[in-house]
Design a protein around this ligand. Structure first.
Ligand code: COA
Length: 334
């Protein structure tokens, strides 16, 4: 079926993870944990870490965009807009998107960062699609990337087992064959903000000796409370987008979920009625890379996708933020 509506199609994906592998057995040496606890509670076996001084999230984003431009045969000068979803920007300003644009030579573009924690890529994808659908832009790059190791306390077992570094990027272009982004539902609830946050370093609590002593520059999370909100809301919003678009579980080719915890993903898949063969998982290799998880899934599973496949993306994260997005895949990979 074709329609005259311009939709935003993903016409290429590329991801990047650093080489260093932080395994569960290495974590066993750092904190009081076990491979068995981590795997049964989360599904994570290893995660990647960007080692070395003076290396920020822009390095991850730059590698993603360089690969994306090469793969899609796109000139950096043709990029109109770069949106980078991240909660670990190189600095508060300039934006990481600006740094990446400079690194890749996207000299005719403008860009900005978008902060929505683990839902960041979904928010950024929905945002980027508006510029394509309106006809304002022809080529938009949406990046989800985080260097979570920069805000993790590796002496405290609760969070260090969960997170890793990495990211991915997609190219959005107009399509008139009805493939591309069909619909999205985005939600937020700031009353959950205190349960998952970075307490200091912003205007509320600027960096001081005290904030450092109190370890307030590391991620703070009330894990089991966040878990309950994540399970309920990610499942609810995924069901909601199916109902809104008259999709049955048979219509769905793949669920592309944010990879925070395999148990949250299983609950979402159950509610949607989709079997494990349709659920894309790479949490065991990378852990939770925050804004990076969904584009990293695209990158890992790109070869599986066929033009016209119905994909449902779903995420939940700090804020709280959550959402789902329904898209029809736009190309076959050779
Ligand atoms: N290794 C071993 N034991 C650990 C541990 C670790 N890495 N981390 C916590 N524990 C312990 C706790 O101290 C607690 O011990 P206690 O009962 O003696 O107090 C016990 O394990 C259970 O902790 P709890 O937090 O209730 O476990 P849980 O089943 O909720 O699993 C998470 C913990 C963090 C895996 C889970 O809550 C979760 O995934 N939350 C969502 C996190 C997330 O992904 N957020 C990102 C955005 S969605």
């Amino acid at each position: 079926m074709s329609s005259n509506k311009i939709r935003a199609s993903i016409t290429g994906v590329h991801g990047y993870v650093p080489n260093y592998i932080l395994s569960n057995s290495e974590l066993e040496k750092l904190v009081d944990t076990s491979d068995e606890w981590i795997v049964t509670r989360t599904g994570i076996k290893e995660r990647r870490i960007l080692k070395g001084d003076m290396k920020g999230t822009s390095i991850i984003g730059t590698k993603c965009v360089e690969g994306l431009l090469e793969k899609t045969g796109t000139s950096a000068n043709d990029i109109d807009l770069i949106i980078c979803a991240t909660v670990t920007p190189d600095m508060f300003f300039p934006s990481t998107a600006n740094l990446i644009a400079n690194n890749v030579g996207a000299n005719n573009s403008y860009g900005f960062d978008l902060s929505a924690a683990c839902s960041g890529f979904l928010y950024a994808l929905a945002t980027g699609s508006q510029f394509i659908e309106s006809g304002a832009h022809k080529k938009v790059i949406v990046i989800g990337a985080d260097k979570m190791s920069s805000i993790i306390d590796y002496t405290e077992r609760k969070n260090c087992v969960l997170f890793g570094d990495g990211g991915g990027a997609v190219l959005l272009e107009p399509s008139k064959d009805n493939t591309g982004i069909q619909d999205y539902i985005l939600k937020s609830d700031g009353s959950g903000g205190d349960m998952l946050c970075l307490k200091a370093g912003g205007s509320l609590r600027p960096a001081s000796i005290k904030t450092i002593e109190n370890k307030e520059h590391y991620i703070y999370q009330e894990g089991s409370s966040v878990f309950k909100f994540a399970v309920t809301n990610m499942a609810n919003v995924s069901e909601e987008i199916m109902l809104k678009n008259n999709l049955t579980s048979n219509d769905i080719s793949y669920l592309v979920p944010h990879q925070a915890n395999k148990r949250i993903i299983d609950a979402t898949a159950n509610r949607m009625g989709v079997g494990p063969e349709k659920v894309l998982l790479n949490i065991e290799k990378y852990g939770n890379t925050t804004a990076g998880t969904i584009p990293l899934c695209f990158w890992d599973f790109e070869k599986k996708f066929k033009k016209g496949d119905n994909l449902v993306l779903a995420a939940f994260g700090g804020g709280f933020t959550w959402g789902s997005l329904y898209l029809k895949w736009s190309y076959n990979t050779k």
